[in-house]
Design a protein around this ligand. Structure first.
Ligand SMILES: [Zn+2]
Ligand SMILES: [Zn+2]
Ligand SMILES: [Zn+2]
Length: 278
């Protein structure tokens, strides 16, 4: 199973689109892995996760042909994960796609409220694209992958879930955006007893301690999640744990500063374009 990280930042990107803070200035100067676009990943070259405005840059930078991608999971409706207007670029006149091409989007009701109006112009009646609503804890098939949505601790008005994804042999967990997992997720795993080969965790705050808003994690909470997952048997020392989804507000968040800190704690630090196979 393979994951490719296409965009690894929160809403404003790193550097922030308008920002001149010390972290953004340094990231701009360093370039390369210090530059992060908005959140997106692709599993096994086929299953897209999220659809931000940066999707266009991602397919160009990574030589991805969306004619090969039939399924797209949406975590929630925040703009760094979903830019619905670009879905209309699938309409005839904007796009010429293979005859049997069909793109299904998956997400909660709140995500559907954003996507359905985009499909209503032409895409649904011409059977080019559809939206499928997901229920937390109900497993569904997205092409060759089996997927389960789990409730996220994040802005509830955005209909947030995160996803566990299986290719039939291995499991990955893609947990963005969320704070430390809800009790119901741990209870679900207690019954299901999954084992994850890769776990990607929200690290928006990097080394900043959580203050008031509990909708994201930092390295401190990533360690707590990892330790509990290992303790309860859902991961072990062979599991790859990745810190991902960074904000310029995070402390020590500049890629070059964060990597050695994350390595010491046993985490891989994501960057745009990073590929991991497990
Ligand atoms: Zn986000
Ligand atoms: Zn900044
Ligand atoms: Zn969000």
């Amino acid at each position: 199973m393979k994951i490719q990280y296409l965009g690894t930042a929160a809403a404003e990107g790193i550097p922030g689109i308008f920002c001149t803070c010390e972290r953004c200035v340094r990231s701009r100067r360093i370039g390369g892995r210090a530059l992060r676009t908005r959140s997106q990943a692709i599993i096994d070259d086929k299953l897209l996760i999220d659809f931000p405005a940066d999707t266009y840059a991602h397919i160009l930078n990574n030589n991805i042909d969306l004619a090969n991608v039939y399924h797209c999971l949406i975590t929630h409706s925040h703009q760094d994960h979903l830019y619905p207007k670009d879905i209309r670029m699938l309409e005839p006149g904007y796009a010429t796609m293979p005859k049997d091409y069909h793109l299904t989007f998956y997400g909660t009701e709140k995500v559907g409220e954003q996507i359905r109006p985009m499909l209503a112009y032409k895409l649904e009646e011409k059977n080019i694209s559809a939206f499928r609503e997901v229920e937390p804890f109900a497993c569904f098939e997205a092409g060759e992958h089996k997927v389960t949505a789990l409730p996220a601790v994040h802005d509830q008005s955005a209909g947030p879930v995160f996803y566990q994804i299986s290719d039939g042999y291995k499991n990955m967990l893609y947990a963005h955006d969320t704070y430390y997992f809800h009790d119901s997720v741990w209870s679900f795993w207690e019954k299901e007893k999954p084992y994850f080969s890769l776990v990607s965790l929200d690290c928006t705050n990097a080394c900043r301690p959580i203050t008031t808003y509990k909708g994201h994690m930092g390295l401190h909470e990533n360690i707590q999640v990892r330790d509990r997952m290992v303790e309860e048997g859902y991961a072990d020392d062979k599991t790859v744990f990745v810190c991902n989804h960074f904000s310029h507000n995070g402390i020590k968040v500049v890629y070059d500063d964060f990597v050695p800190i994350a390595i010491r704690e046993g985490f891989v630090t994501s960057y745009d374009g990073m590929v991991i196979s497990v």
